[in-house]
Design a protein around this ligand. Structure first.
Ligand SMILES: Nc1ncnc2c1ncn2[C@@H]1O[C@H](COP(=O)(O)OP(=O)(O)OP(=O)(O)O)[C@@H](O)[C@H]1O
Length: 455
Protein backbone atom coordinates (compact mmCIF):
# COMPACT_ATOMS: atom_id res chain seq x y z
CA UNK A 1 0.00 0.00 0.00
CA UNK A 2 2.87 2.32 0.86
CA UNK A 3 4.45 1.70 -2.49
CA UNK A 4 1.21 2.40 -4.36
CA UNK A 5 0.65 5.63 -2.45
CA UNK A 6 4.30 6.66 -2.93
CA UNK A 7 4.00 6.23 -6.68
CA UNK A 8 0.63 7.94 -6.81
CA UNK A 9 2.09 10.86 -4.81
CA UNK A 10 4.97 11.27 -7.23
CA UNK A 11 2.45 11.66 -10.06
CA UNK A 12 0.05 13.81 -8.04
CA UNK A 13 2.82 16.26 -7.24
CA UNK A 14 3.14 16.86 -10.98
CA UNK A 15 -0.60 16.96 -11.67
CA UNK A 16 -1.62 19.37 -8.92
CA UNK A 17 1.71 21.24 -8.65
CA UNK A 18 4.20 21.13 -5.76
CA UNK A 19 2.50 23.89 -3.76
CA UNK A 20 -0.88 22.24 -3.73
CA UNK A 21 0.70 18.89 -3.15
CA UNK A 22 2.71 20.00 -0.12
CA UNK A 23 -0.16 21.95 1.38
CA UNK A 24 -2.97 19.50 0.92
CA UNK A 25 -2.03 16.00 -0.14
CA UNK A 26 1.25 15.43 1.67
CA UNK A 27 -0.32 15.74 5.15
CA UNK A 28 -2.64 12.81 4.35
CA UNK A 29 -1.79 9.28 5.37
CA UNK A 30 -3.25 6.40 3.39
CA UNK A 31 -4.54 3.95 5.99
CA UNK A 32 -6.54 1.42 3.99
CA UNK A 33 -7.31 0.36 0.45
CA UNK A 34 -10.23 -2.01 0.55
CA UNK A 35 -13.36 -2.71 -1.46
CA UNK A 36 -12.76 0.18 -3.82
CA UNK A 37 -12.40 2.67 -0.98
CA UNK A 38 -9.19 4.51 -0.15
CA UNK A 39 -9.15 5.68 3.48
CA UNK A 40 -6.97 8.50 4.65
CA UNK A 41 -6.09 9.94 8.02
CA UNK A 42 -6.15 13.73 7.79
CA UNK A 43 -4.74 16.16 10.41
CA UNK A 44 -7.70 18.55 10.09
CA UNK A 45 -11.20 18.58 8.70
CA UNK A 46 -10.32 21.62 6.67
CA UNK A 47 -7.64 19.71 4.79
CA UNK A 48 -9.88 16.73 4.12
CA UNK A 49 -12.73 18.96 2.95
CA UNK A 50 -10.41 20.81 0.66
CA UNK A 51 -8.85 17.68 -0.80
CA UNK A 52 -12.26 16.11 -1.24
CA UNK A 53 -13.52 19.14 -3.07
CA UNK A 54 -10.51 19.88 -5.26
CA UNK A 55 -8.32 16.85 -5.70
CA UNK A 56 -10.54 13.79 -5.21
CA UNK A 57 -10.71 13.04 -8.92
CA UNK A 58 -6.93 13.33 -9.31
CA UNK A 59 -6.35 10.97 -6.41
CA UNK A 60 -8.89 8.44 -7.68
CA UNK A 61 -7.31 8.50 -11.11
CA UNK A 62 -3.76 8.10 -9.82
CA UNK A 63 -4.60 5.27 -7.46
CA UNK A 64 -6.40 3.49 -10.24
CA UNK A 65 -3.42 3.99 -12.54
CA UNK A 66 -1.21 2.37 -9.94
CA UNK A 67 -3.35 -0.76 -10.32
CA UNK A 68 -5.58 -0.10 -7.35
CA UNK A 69 -9.04 0.69 -8.72
CA UNK A 70 -10.70 3.00 -6.23
CA UNK A 71 -14.18 4.40 -6.45
CA UNK A 72 -14.39 6.39 -3.28
CA UNK A 73 -12.22 8.30 -0.85
CA UNK A 74 -12.91 8.57 2.83
CA UNK A 75 -11.19 10.72 5.37
CA UNK A 76 -10.81 10.37 9.08
CA UNK A 77 -9.86 13.44 10.94
CA UNK A 78 -7.39 13.62 13.80
CA UNK A 79 -5.35 10.52 12.99
CA UNK A 80 -8.11 8.04 13.88
CA UNK A 81 -7.99 4.92 11.82
CA UNK A 82 -11.18 4.25 9.93
CA UNK A 83 -13.24 1.47 11.42
CA UNK A 84 -14.50 -0.15 8.25
CA UNK A 85 -13.48 1.38 5.00
CA UNK A 86 -16.70 0.61 3.18
CA UNK A 87 -18.87 2.29 5.83
CA UNK A 88 -20.44 5.60 5.16
CA UNK A 89 -18.52 8.58 6.47
CA UNK A 90 -18.37 8.59 10.25
CA UNK A 91 -19.37 11.56 12.33
CA UNK A 92 -15.90 13.03 12.37
CA UNK A 93 -14.94 12.28 8.82
CA UNK A 94 -15.53 14.38 5.77
CA UNK A 95 -18.29 13.08 3.54
CA UNK A 96 -16.70 10.99 0.85
CA UNK A 97 -17.34 11.90 -2.72
CA UNK A 98 -18.60 9.34 -5.17
CA UNK A 99 -16.28 8.15 -7.88
CA UNK A 100 -15.03 10.65 -10.38
CA UNK A 101 -17.77 11.80 -12.69
CA UNK A 102 -20.26 8.98 -12.39
CA UNK A 103 -23.23 11.28 -11.99
CA UNK A 104 -26.59 10.23 -10.73
CA UNK A 105 -29.32 12.13 -8.99
CA UNK A 106 -32.46 14.22 -9.31
CA UNK A 107 -35.44 12.01 -9.14
CA UNK A 108 -34.19 9.99 -12.12
CA UNK A 109 -30.91 8.65 -10.78
CA UNK A 110 -30.66 6.32 -13.75
CA UNK A 111 -30.70 9.15 -16.26
CA UNK A 112 -29.76 12.48 -14.81
CA UNK A 113 -26.89 14.31 -13.22
CA UNK A 114 -26.61 15.10 -9.51
CA UNK A 115 -27.82 18.39 -8.16
CA UNK A 116 -25.29 20.39 -6.21
CA UNK A 117 -26.87 21.05 -2.80
CA UNK A 118 -25.06 24.41 -2.62
CA UNK A 119 -26.75 25.75 -5.75
CA UNK A 120 -29.97 27.08 -4.24
CA UNK A 121 -31.91 30.31 -4.64
CA UNK A 122 -30.88 31.17 -1.11
CA UNK A 123 -27.22 31.14 -2.14
CA UNK A 124 -27.75 33.06 -5.34
CA UNK A 125 -26.91 36.74 -5.10
CA UNK A 126 -29.18 38.87 -7.24
CA UNK A 127 -28.06 42.06 -8.95
CA UNK A 128 -28.83 44.02 -12.09
CA UNK A 129 -27.06 41.62 -14.49
CA UNK A 130 -29.00 38.55 -13.40
CA UNK A 131 -32.28 39.85 -11.96
CA UNK A 132 -34.40 38.93 -14.96
CA UNK A 133 -32.94 35.43 -15.21
CA UNK A 134 -33.44 34.99 -11.48
CA UNK A 135 -37.06 36.17 -11.60
CA UNK A 136 -37.83 33.82 -14.52
CA UNK A 137 -36.15 30.93 -12.73
CA UNK A 138 -38.20 31.60 -9.60
CA UNK A 139 -41.39 31.64 -11.61
CA UNK A 140 -40.62 28.33 -13.29
CA UNK A 141 -39.68 26.77 -9.95
CA UNK A 142 -43.12 27.58 -8.56
CA UNK A 143 -44.46 25.06 -11.06
CA UNK A 144 -47.73 26.84 -11.81
CA UNK A 145 -49.30 26.65 -15.24
CA UNK A 146 -46.47 26.60 -17.76
CA UNK A 147 -46.13 30.19 -18.91
CA UNK A 148 -43.04 30.16 -21.04
CA UNK A 149 -41.75 26.97 -22.52
CA UNK A 150 -38.88 26.54 -22.70
CA UNK A 151 -37.09 28.88 -20.34
CA UNK A 152 -33.83 29.45 -22.15
CA UNK A 153 -30.98 30.80 -20.01
CA UNK A 154 -27.79 31.87 -21.64
CA UNK A 155 -24.63 33.73 -20.76
CA UNK A 156 -20.85 33.57 -20.64
CA UNK A 157 -18.76 31.12 -18.68
CA UNK A 158 -19.26 30.98 -14.93
CA UNK A 159 -22.08 33.51 -14.66
CA UNK A 160 -24.51 31.26 -12.80
CA UNK A 161 -26.51 29.32 -15.41
CA UNK A 162 -25.95 25.94 -13.80
CA UNK A 163 -26.50 27.43 -10.35
CA UNK A 164 -29.89 28.77 -11.40
CA UNK A 165 -30.92 25.51 -13.06
CA UNK A 166 -30.08 23.50 -9.95
CA UNK A 167 -31.91 26.06 -7.83
CA UNK A 168 -35.02 25.63 -9.98
CA UNK A 169 -34.79 21.86 -9.59
CA UNK A 170 -34.33 22.01 -5.79
CA UNK A 171 -37.14 24.45 -5.31
CA UNK A 172 -39.56 22.76 -7.68
CA UNK A 173 -38.80 19.38 -6.18
CA UNK A 174 -39.43 20.62 -2.65
CA UNK A 175 -42.81 22.03 -3.70
CA UNK A 176 -43.73 18.95 -5.74
CA UNK A 177 -42.05 15.97 -4.10
CA UNK A 178 -43.83 13.46 -6.32
CA UNK A 179 -42.82 15.16 -9.56
CA UNK A 180 -39.98 13.87 -11.65
CA UNK A 181 -37.32 16.38 -12.51
CA UNK A 182 -34.61 15.40 -14.90
CA UNK A 183 -31.50 17.55 -15.05
CA UNK A 184 -28.63 16.61 -17.32
CA UNK A 185 -26.08 18.12 -19.64
CA UNK A 186 -26.59 17.96 -23.41
CA UNK A 187 -23.49 15.80 -23.50
CA UNK A 188 -25.13 13.28 -21.17
CA UNK A 189 -28.26 13.38 -23.29
CA UNK A 190 -26.19 12.38 -26.28
CA UNK A 191 -24.35 9.71 -24.33
CA UNK A 192 -27.62 8.14 -23.11
CA UNK A 193 -29.05 8.28 -26.60
CA UNK A 194 -26.05 6.59 -28.21
CA UNK A 195 -26.05 3.97 -25.46
CA UNK A 196 -29.74 3.27 -26.04
CA UNK A 197 -29.09 2.87 -29.77
CA UNK A 198 -26.23 0.49 -29.10
CA UNK A 199 -28.18 -1.59 -26.63
CA UNK A 200 -31.40 -1.48 -28.67
CA UNK A 201 -33.26 0.14 -25.78
CA UNK A 202 -34.36 3.21 -27.67
CA UNK A 203 -38.03 2.74 -26.76
CA UNK A 204 -37.14 2.70 -23.06
CA UNK A 205 -35.04 5.78 -23.59
CA UNK A 206 -37.89 7.64 -25.23
CA UNK A 207 -40.32 6.48 -22.58
CA UNK A 208 -38.12 7.62 -19.72
CA UNK A 209 -37.51 11.06 -21.15
CA UNK A 210 -41.12 11.61 -22.02
CA UNK A 211 -42.42 10.77 -18.60
CA UNK A 212 -40.70 13.47 -16.61
CA UNK A 213 -42.47 16.56 -15.32
CA UNK A 214 -39.58 18.89 -15.89
CA UNK A 215 -36.65 18.43 -18.24
CA UNK A 216 -33.54 20.56 -17.79
CA UNK A 217 -30.73 20.39 -20.32
CA UNK A 218 -27.52 22.27 -19.57
CA UNK A 219 -25.06 23.48 -22.23
CA UNK A 220 -27.30 22.66 -25.18
CA UNK A 221 -24.74 24.11 -27.61
CA UNK A 222 -22.98 20.78 -27.25
CA UNK A 223 -25.41 19.01 -29.59
CA UNK A 224 -24.81 21.50 -32.41
CA UNK A 225 -23.58 19.63 -35.48
CA UNK A 226 -24.57 16.23 -34.03
CA UNK A 227 -27.41 15.37 -36.33
CA UNK A 228 -29.06 12.29 -34.90
CA UNK A 229 -28.81 13.60 -31.33
CA UNK A 230 -30.46 16.83 -32.46
CA UNK A 231 -33.20 14.87 -34.13
CA UNK A 232 -33.93 12.91 -30.96
CA UNK A 233 -33.71 16.04 -28.84
CA UNK A 234 -36.23 17.73 -31.13
CA UNK A 235 -38.74 14.88 -30.74
CA UNK A 236 -38.27 14.71 -26.97
CA UNK A 237 -38.70 18.46 -26.76
CA UNK A 238 -41.90 18.45 -28.82
CA UNK A 239 -43.39 15.53 -26.94
CA UNK A 240 -42.86 17.27 -23.59
CA UNK A 241 -44.11 20.65 -24.76
CA UNK A 242 -47.22 18.99 -26.18
CA UNK A 243 -47.89 17.44 -22.81
CA UNK A 244 -47.48 20.81 -21.11
CA UNK A 245 -44.30 19.79 -19.29
CA UNK A 246 -41.77 22.46 -18.43
CA UNK A 247 -38.42 22.54 -20.17
CA UNK A 248 -35.42 24.58 -19.05
CA UNK A 249 -32.42 24.91 -21.30
CA UNK A 250 -29.07 26.64 -20.89
CA UNK A 251 -26.39 27.54 -23.39
CA UNK A 252 -23.42 29.80 -23.73
CA UNK A 253 -25.21 31.93 -26.33
CA UNK A 254 -28.68 32.73 -27.68
CA UNK A 255 -30.37 30.07 -29.87
CA UNK A 256 -29.94 32.09 -33.05
CA UNK A 257 -26.21 32.33 -32.42
CA UNK A 258 -25.55 28.61 -32.00
CA UNK A 259 -23.85 27.47 -35.19
CA UNK A 260 -24.67 23.98 -36.39
CA UNK A 261 -28.01 23.88 -34.59
CA UNK A 262 -30.91 23.01 -36.88
CA UNK A 263 -33.21 25.89 -37.73
CA UNK A 264 -36.31 24.07 -36.49
CA UNK A 265 -34.64 23.56 -33.09
CA UNK A 266 -33.55 27.19 -32.95
CA UNK A 267 -37.08 28.26 -33.65
CA UNK A 268 -38.49 25.85 -31.04
CA UNK A 269 -36.02 27.09 -28.46
CA UNK A 270 -36.99 30.65 -29.21
CA UNK A 271 -40.69 30.04 -28.55
CA UNK A 272 -40.49 30.46 -24.81
CA UNK A 273 -38.62 33.03 -22.79
CA UNK A 274 -34.99 33.74 -23.59
CA UNK A 275 -33.06 35.50 -20.85
CA UNK A 276 -29.39 36.18 -20.60
CA UNK A 277 -27.10 36.50 -17.64
CA UNK A 278 -25.07 39.62 -18.28
CA UNK A 279 -21.45 39.98 -17.27
CA UNK A 280 -21.18 40.86 -13.59
CA UNK A 281 -20.96 44.40 -12.33
CA UNK A 282 -18.72 45.57 -9.50
CA UNK A 283 -21.70 45.69 -7.13
CA UNK A 284 -22.78 42.14 -7.91
CA UNK A 285 -19.24 40.81 -7.52
CA UNK A 286 -18.91 42.54 -4.17
CA UNK A 287 -22.29 41.15 -3.07
CA UNK A 288 -21.23 37.63 -4.00
CA UNK A 289 -17.92 37.99 -2.17
CA UNK A 290 -19.65 39.32 0.93
CA UNK A 291 -22.21 36.55 0.92
CA UNK A 292 -19.60 33.82 0.50
CA UNK A 293 -17.39 35.32 3.19
CA UNK A 294 -20.30 35.42 5.63
CA UNK A 295 -21.11 31.79 4.88
CA UNK A 296 -17.50 30.79 5.48
CA UNK A 297 -17.30 32.85 8.66
CA UNK A 298 -20.38 31.11 10.03
CA UNK A 299 -18.28 27.94 10.12
CA UNK A 300 -14.90 29.52 10.83
CA UNK A 301 -15.58 32.44 13.16
CA UNK A 302 -11.89 33.24 13.54
CA UNK A 303 -11.56 34.34 9.91
CA UNK A 304 -10.16 37.87 9.79
CA UNK A 305 -10.63 39.74 6.54
CA UNK A 306 -8.90 43.13 6.47
CA UNK A 307 -10.60 46.32 5.28
CA UNK A 308 -10.85 46.79 1.54
CA UNK A 309 -9.89 43.23 0.57
CA UNK A 310 -13.27 42.24 -0.85
CA UNK A 311 -13.60 45.56 -2.66
CA UNK A 312 -10.15 45.03 -4.12
CA UNK A 313 -11.09 41.57 -5.40
CA UNK A 314 -14.40 42.79 -6.83
CA UNK A 315 -12.54 45.52 -8.65
CA UNK A 316 -9.71 43.40 -10.02
CA UNK A 317 -11.28 40.04 -10.81
CA UNK A 318 -13.84 40.73 -13.45
CA UNK A 319 -13.86 37.61 -15.61
CA UNK A 320 -16.41 35.31 -13.99
CA UNK A 321 -17.83 34.27 -10.69
CA UNK A 322 -16.06 30.92 -10.70
CA UNK A 323 -12.66 32.64 -10.78
CA UNK A 324 -13.82 35.03 -8.08
CA UNK A 325 -14.89 32.15 -5.87
CA UNK A 326 -11.60 30.33 -6.49
CA UNK A 327 -9.67 33.40 -5.37
CA UNK A 328 -11.74 33.70 -2.21
CA UNK A 329 -11.30 30.00 -1.41
CA UNK A 330 -7.57 30.40 -1.75
CA UNK A 331 -7.61 33.30 0.70
CA UNK A 332 -9.70 31.29 3.17
CA UNK A 333 -7.25 28.41 2.93
CA UNK A 334 -4.35 30.77 3.46
CA UNK A 335 -5.97 32.40 6.47
CA UNK A 336 -6.82 29.11 8.03
CA UNK A 337 -3.41 27.54 7.54
CA UNK A 338 -1.33 30.50 8.61
CA UNK A 339 -3.86 31.81 11.13
CA UNK A 340 -3.26 35.32 9.86
CA UNK A 341 -5.52 38.18 8.99
CA UNK A 342 -6.04 38.58 5.25
CA UNK A 343 -4.74 42.05 4.56
CA UNK A 344 -4.59 43.72 1.17
CA UNK A 345 -0.89 42.86 0.94
CA UNK A 346 -1.51 39.21 1.74
CA UNK A 347 -4.32 39.07 -0.83
CA UNK A 348 -2.15 40.63 -3.51
CA UNK A 349 0.70 38.24 -2.85
CA UNK A 350 -1.43 35.15 -2.52
CA UNK A 351 -3.42 35.87 -5.71
CA UNK A 352 -0.65 37.32 -7.86
CA UNK A 353 -1.20 34.79 -10.67
CA UNK A 354 -4.98 35.25 -10.82
CA UNK A 355 -4.66 39.01 -10.70
CA UNK A 356 -2.16 39.01 -13.53
CA UNK A 357 -4.37 37.02 -15.87
CA UNK A 358 -7.34 39.17 -14.96
CA UNK A 359 -5.70 42.42 -15.90
CA UNK A 360 -8.15 43.60 -18.48
CA UNK A 361 -6.76 43.97 -21.94
CA UNK A 362 -7.91 47.36 -23.14
CA UNK A 363 -8.00 47.80 -26.89
CA UNK A 364 -7.40 50.94 -28.92
CA UNK A 365 -10.90 50.44 -30.24
CA UNK A 366 -12.32 50.62 -26.69
CA UNK A 367 -10.38 53.79 -26.06
CA UNK A 368 -11.49 55.50 -29.25
CA UNK A 369 -15.11 54.64 -28.61
CA UNK A 370 -15.09 55.75 -25.01
CA UNK A 371 -13.31 59.03 -25.74
CA UNK A 372 -15.55 59.81 -28.72
CA UNK A 373 -18.60 59.13 -26.59
CA UNK A 374 -17.26 61.25 -23.74
CA UNK A 375 -16.57 64.30 -25.94
CA UNK A 376 -19.59 63.72 -28.10
CA UNK A 377 -17.74 63.45 -31.40
CA UNK A 378 -18.12 60.85 -34.11
CA UNK A 379 -16.01 57.72 -33.91
CA UNK A 380 -14.96 58.33 -37.53
CA UNK A 381 -13.35 61.60 -36.43
CA UNK A 382 -10.79 59.60 -34.47
CA UNK A 383 -9.42 58.36 -37.77
CA UNK A 384 -10.37 61.33 -39.96
CA UNK A 385 -8.39 64.44 -40.95
CA UNK A 386 -10.40 67.20 -39.15
CA UNK A 387 -8.13 69.67 -37.40
CA UNK A 388 -10.70 71.68 -35.44
CA UNK A 389 -9.72 71.74 -31.79
CA UNK A 390 -13.06 70.20 -30.68
CA UNK A 391 -12.09 67.09 -32.61
CA UNK A 392 -8.29 67.19 -32.57
CA UNK A 393 -8.00 67.43 -28.77
CA UNK A 394 -10.14 64.36 -27.98
CA UNK A 395 -8.23 62.51 -30.69
CA UNK A 396 -4.95 63.37 -28.95
CA UNK A 397 -6.39 62.25 -25.63
CA UNK A 398 -7.28 58.92 -27.21
CA UNK A 399 -3.71 58.66 -28.57
CA UNK A 400 -2.33 59.41 -25.12
CA UNK A 401 -4.56 56.79 -23.47
CA UNK A 402 -3.65 54.24 -26.15
CA UNK A 403 0.00 54.73 -25.32
CA UNK A 404 -0.66 54.56 -21.58
CA UNK A 405 -3.13 51.70 -21.38
CA UNK A 406 -2.08 49.33 -24.16
CA UNK A 407 1.21 47.76 -25.11
CA UNK A 408 0.94 48.91 -28.72
CA UNK A 409 3.90 50.69 -30.34
CA UNK A 410 3.62 54.25 -31.70
CA UNK A 411 3.53 53.10 -35.37
CA UNK A 412 0.78 50.59 -34.49
CA UNK A 413 -1.22 53.30 -32.74
CA UNK A 414 -0.66 55.56 -35.76
CA UNK A 415 -2.14 52.94 -38.06
CA UNK A 416 -5.26 52.70 -35.90
CA UNK A 417 -5.73 56.48 -36.02
CA UNK A 418 -6.30 56.62 -39.77
CA UNK A 419 -2.76 55.74 -40.83
CA UNK A 420 -1.01 58.61 -39.05
CA UNK A 421 2.74 58.73 -38.72
CA UNK A 422 4.32 57.69 -35.41
CA UNK A 423 5.71 61.21 -34.93
CA UNK A 424 2.16 62.57 -35.00
CA UNK A 425 1.24 60.17 -32.24
CA UNK A 426 4.29 61.12 -30.22
CA UNK A 427 3.42 64.79 -30.62
CA UNK A 428 -0.16 64.12 -29.48
CA UNK A 429 0.97 62.18 -26.41
CA UNK A 430 3.42 64.93 -25.37
CA UNK A 431 0.86 67.64 -25.94
CA UNK A 432 -1.61 65.97 -23.61
CA UNK A 433 1.06 65.37 -20.97
CA UNK A 434 1.93 69.07 -20.99
CA UNK A 435 -1.66 70.26 -20.98
CA UNK A 436 -2.71 67.87 -18.19
CA UNK A 437 0.20 69.03 -16.02
CA UNK A 438 -1.12 72.58 -16.19
CA UNK A 439 -4.86 72.03 -16.52
CA UNK A 440 -6.47 70.41 -13.53
CA UNK A 441 -9.85 69.90 -15.20
CA UNK A 442 -8.26 68.10 -18.14
CA UNK A 443 -6.22 65.88 -15.80
CA UNK A 444 -9.42 64.93 -14.00
CA UNK A 445 -11.17 64.21 -17.25
CA UNK A 446 -8.38 61.87 -18.27
CA UNK A 447 -8.41 60.12 -14.88
CA UNK A 448 -12.14 59.56 -15.25
CA UNK A 449 -11.73 58.09 -18.73
CA UNK A 450 -9.02 55.77 -17.42
CA UNK A 451 -11.27 54.57 -14.63
CA UNK A 452 -14.11 53.94 -17.06
CA UNK A 453 -11.84 51.98 -19.37
CA UNK A 454 -10.34 49.92 -16.57
CA UNK A 455 -13.65 49.14 -14.88
N1 LIG B 1 -25.21 35.35 -8.52
C1 LIG B 1 -24.48 34.39 -7.94
N2 LIG B 1 -24.52 34.24 -6.60
C2 LIG B 1 -23.77 33.30 -5.99
N3 LIG B 1 -22.94 32.44 -6.63
C3 LIG B 1 -22.86 32.55 -7.97
C4 LIG B 1 -23.62 33.51 -8.69
N4 LIG B 1 -23.32 33.39 -10.00
C5 LIG B 1 -22.45 32.39 -10.10
N5 LIG B 1 -22.16 31.87 -8.89
C6 LIG B 1 -21.23 30.78 -8.58
O1 LIG B 1 -20.22 30.78 -9.58
C7 LIG B 1 -19.86 29.46 -9.93
C8 LIG B 1 -20.06 29.25 -11.42
O2 LIG B 1 -21.45 29.28 -11.70
P1 LIG B 1 -22.15 28.26 -12.71
O3 LIG B 1 -21.45 26.93 -12.67
O4 LIG B 1 -23.60 28.28 -12.44
O5 LIG B 1 -21.80 28.97 -14.08
P2 LIG B 1 -22.26 28.61 -15.54
O6 LIG B 1 -22.84 29.87 -16.07
O7 LIG B 1 -23.09 27.39 -15.57
O8 LIG B 1 -20.86 28.35 -16.22
P3 LIG B 1 -20.43 27.38 -17.43
O9 LIG B 1 -20.70 28.15 -18.66
O10 LIG B 1 -18.97 27.20 -17.20
O11 LIG B 1 -21.23 26.12 -17.34
C9 LIG B 1 -20.73 28.53 -9.09
O12 LIG B 1 -20.01 28.10 -7.97
C10 LIG B 1 -21.88 29.43 -8.65
O13 LIG B 1 -22.40 29.05 -7.40
Amino acid sequence: MEKIWGQACAKLEKTVGPNNFNHWIKPLQLTALEDGVASFASPTRFISDWVNRHFADDILVELSRQGSPVERLRFDVGGKRPAAAANAASADSAPARPAARARTGGSRPDLGAPLDPRFTFGNFVVGKPNELAHAAARRVAEGGPVGFNPLFLYGGVGLGKTHLMHAIAHDYQSRHPAAEVLYLSAEQFMYRFVQALRESTIMDFKGMFRNVNMLMVDDVQFIAGKDSTQEEFFHTFNALVDQGKQIVISADRAPAEIKGLEERIKSRLSCGLIVDLHPTTYELRLGILQSKTEAFRAQHPDLEMGPGVLEFLAHRITTNVRVLEGALQRLFAHASLLRREITLDVAQECLADILRTNDRKISIDDIQRKVAEHYNIRLADMMGPKRARTVARPRQIAMYLSKQLTSRSLPEIGRRFGGRDHTTIMHGVRKIEELAAADHALAEDIALLKRLLEA
